[in-house]
Design a protein around this ligand. Structure first.
Ligand code: DQQ
Length: 542
């Protein structure tokens, strides 16, 4: 019941119980979206990893089917780890990593790549999957430790008609995306050079590699699409820090290599999909609506004991579309898929008003822990901004140091979500504008969960990043999805995203309220705030 499970979500995907992690093999086939996910059938902690399988016609409501892959072969007996789906002549196949430790295997391999095909392609639900007798189709190459060889991507076709895919690996301290080629999808040959590698980034888990239109169009592309009007994105999940980094660049087909558009933003060094909890993400091309969808795993900020007590752990982030930012071609924009709008119920709005220094303005009527909130602030006069160097290295730290409750000049101002009546519990999402002292400005953007709950035993570290400002922007905008124990922020049209997990004890269900606040000395002008109370989706099983 809701009373005993205040942290279960209403419109985020989660199985009825137990542990979940990475999204695997997402795809659209014959009218259904398929989501596979790393799942432990036995407990709310990681282990015994299988592929759970859910289907949906809208990525909103889901039905859970039989497990797609379970550890039942010598090469995957300890777990069916992450992988991807590829369409071969219109039919999806799965590549995944088997985790084993079998002395009779060729060279004592630990991580091996395996393949599964649907048992019946005319079943639109693709309920049953068959592992190939040829498995494992790949073992770790010479020079790669077989505990650092996993997570095959969706494959793409080169001009020579051969398939390519990458596999995450590590060589010394370098993260590596090993490149493999195949004509028949079963015999794979390692290319001499990896697709890409970056020093000192550690193990690259769950790599993802896909094209985006260079014209910054919102339209997505099939993974094999290429040509002069295409840029490529390489995403790597850094095992050392548990963050997902993406890089926009060029795929050089003559050498089968990737070059970052901006070397400072190379794989594992530059921009993140999300500055909160968000890991092992994966995209897919949605041929139904011609868009590229991003899914990501959001784990808990509570203790393992709390997970065991509530009998589940982790969520999938709300599906996002991703495309190139036309104002900054090194950046991607992300936005919740439009299907979310079907969940909007009662609407609450605040029109143009001034939020004075120290003010806290309640959005009357909102009594819900499941909300979609959009807010636009007028960009204040930047002249008065406090001087402070804001960069990738200190942004998160500044969110703590200059937190929501401290007074500043141009901020902090923003929203308080999942706030109790007495404000003793509140999760702040705020902007704080800083001058760099050289005629440039940055908007620090933070999710501050340091006051999100009165309970102990949860990690309440604030998260944040920054958005460079030219001064020509008319507005600063936020969209925040609130869903009981998750707060997903999309700042400035999706330039920066921040996902938090929070566990309020008082601000739950209809006790959860919404406020605007300004702790800056300069008044802030609200253009408009709109908040919708949201429906609860169906997650069943068939
Ligand atoms: N999770 C899987 C691995 C992957 C890791 C195992 C990333 O395949 O590298 O559950 O979270």
């Amino acid at each position: 019941s809701a009373a005993s499970q205040p942290y279960r979500t209403s419109f985020h995907f989660q199985p009825p119980k137990n542990w979940m992690n990475d999204p695997n093999g997402p795809m659209f086939y014959n009218g259904y979206y398929h989501l596979f996910y790393q799942w432990n059938p036995y407990a709310a902690v990681w282990g015994n990893i299988t592929w759970g399988h859910a289907v949906s016609t809208d990525m909103i409501h889901w039905d859970i089917l039989e497990l797609a892959l379970v550890p039942d072969q010598w090469y995957d007996q300890y777990g069916c780890w992450s992988g991807s789906a590829t369409f071969i002549n219109g039919k999806p196949v799965l590549l995944y990593t088997g985790w084993s430790n079998v002395s009779f295997s060729r060279d004592n391999q630990v991580q091996m790549q395996a393949m599964a095909i649907a048992a019946n392609y005319s079943d639109p639900l693709l309920r049953e999957w068959t592992k190939l007798p040829q498995n494992p189709i790949l073992t770790a190459p010479v020079g790669i430790n077989s505990t650092k060889f996993r997570d095959p991507t969706t494959a793409w076709l080169g001009e020579d008609g051969k398939w390519r895919m990458i596999i995450g690996a590590k060589r010394k301290h370098r993260g590596v995306a090993l490149l493999y080629r195949s004509s028949d999808f079963i015999q794979w040959e390692k290319a001499k050079h990896p697709l890409h590698t970056v020093a000192l980034t550690g193990m690259w888990e769950c790599p993802d590699f896909y094209p985006v239109p260079a014209s910054a169009s919102i339209t997505g592309l099939d993974t094999s699409a290429n040509g002069p009007h295409v840029k490529h994105v390489l995403k790597v999940s850094l095992d050392d820090t548990k963050h997902d980094y993406y890089t926009v660049g060029t795929y050089i087909t003559s050498s089968d290599s990737f070059i970052a558009s901006n070397a400072n933003l190379d794989a594992g060094l530059g921009l993140r999909y999300d500055y909160g909890k968000y890991y092992a993400s994966k995209t897919f091309f949605d041929s139904k609506k011609n868009r590229r969808i991003l899914l990501g795993w959001v784990n808990e900020s509570s203790s393992e004991l709390a997970d065991i007590a509530k009998d589940w752990s982790s969520l999938q982030a709300f599906p996002r579309i991703v495309w190139l930012d036309e104002e900054d071609n090194d950046r991607l924009l992300q936005w919740p898929i439009e299907e979310i709008e079907m969940l909007r119920k009662e609407k609450f709005s605040l029109k143009s008003s001034q939020i004075d220094k120290g003010a806290t303005v309640k959005v009357e009527g909102v009594k819900s822990a499941q909300l979609d909130v959009l807010v636009d602030f007028e960009l204040p006069q930047l002249n008065g901004a406090e001087e402070m160097v804001v960069n990738t290295n200190n942004a998160q730290q500044l969110c703590s140091v200059r937190g929501a409750t401290r007074s500043g000049v141009l901020g902090p101002f923003g929203l308080l979500v999942l706030a109790s009546e007495d404000l003793s519990e509140q999760t702040a999402v705020f902007f704080y504008i800083m001058s760099n002292g050289e005629g440039k400005w940055n908007a620090l953007i933070c999710n501050d969960q340091s006051r999100s709950t009165l309970a102990a035993d949860t990690d309440k570290t604030p998260y944040g990043s920054f958005i460079p400002l030219s001064g020509m922007e008319k507005t600063l905008s936020l969209r925040v999805l609130v869903d009981h124990s998750i707060v997903e922020t999309f700042a400035q049209g999706g330039k920066v995203c921040i996902t938090s997990r929070v566990y309020p004890t008082k601000a739950i269900e209809d006790k959860a309220q919404l406020y605007l606040f300004n702790n800056g000395s300069v008044p802030v002008h609200l253009r408009e705030l709109t908040a919708w109370d949201m429906e609860t989706v169906h997650i069943g099983s068939i």
